[in-house]
Design a protein around this ligand. Structure first.
Ligand code: 5GP
Ligand code: MG
Ligand code: MG
Length: 184
């Protein structure tokens, strides 16, 4: 697929590259202030959080460590089921660590609430969440997300790490897809 094909698949740009960048700078400043003097471990959730992790972490002045987890909510469509499976676990021992989970998006919140209790059971000093995007649905689940980039409408979005059938992750912005893409 070339760039032009990708362009014709898009309906609209929801968040531009510049908007994302500006917001990440603000979030990084908050994180720098909140974790000053602490040893922070960033935990990225593969694969969607790759872009957020790369750009957010580079805006931090704090020295941090990074580790990655891959989880899968059963089901391959556009809805998450809440049944989570670990595909790749952390290599880092969380005992006594300050952990910040870095996520792309919270939709139902099911994946993150599962992840939060899983990581909290490993004896960390603290576990918080930073997510670039949050949908209104997330309000129904009591997941306390400390840092949120943008609240967006209930729409399926792609780009900036987010995929549809493993495509569109490399778009530098967040957008919605034209109906013909789903129509097949
Ligand atoms: P949740 O468990 O909060 O419903 O959703 C968890 C995962 O579903 C996210 O980490 C993401 O991988 C996927 N997801 C939820 N909403 C969207 C969306 O609008 N676009 C894409 N590409 N993935 C989404
Ligand atoms: Mg994710
Ligand atoms: Mg996906």
């Amino acid at each position: 697929m070339d760039a032009q094909d990708m362009g014709s698949d898009l309906e609209k740009v929801l968040l531009s590259q510049e908007q994302i960048e500006d917001r990440l700078v603000q979030m990084a400043a908050e994180i720098d202030a909140d974790y000053a003097g602490k040893d922070l471990l960033l935990v990225g959730v593969l694969r969607g959080a790759v872009m957020v992790m790369a750009d957010l972490s580079r805006r931090l002045h704090l020295p941090v460590q990074m580790d990655w987890m891959a989880v899968s909510s059963y089901g391959s469509g556009t809805k998450s089921s809440g049944v989570v499976r670990i595909l790749k676990d952390l290599d880092t021992d969380l005992h006594g660590r300050h952990v910040l989970i870095v996520e792309d998006i919270i939709d139902s919140g099911l994946t993150l609430s599962w992840l939060l209790s899983n990581l909290r059971s490993r004896g960390p000093a603290s576990v918080e969440i930073a997510a670039l995007l949050r949908k209104p649905e997330a309000a129904k689940v009591p997941v306390d997300v400390r840092y949120v980039g943008f609240d967006i409408p209930t729409e399926f979005v792609v780009g900036y790490g987010l995929d549809y059938a493993e495509r569109y992750r490399n778009l530098p912005f967040v957008g919605t897809l034209a109906p013909h893409v789903y129509g097949g």
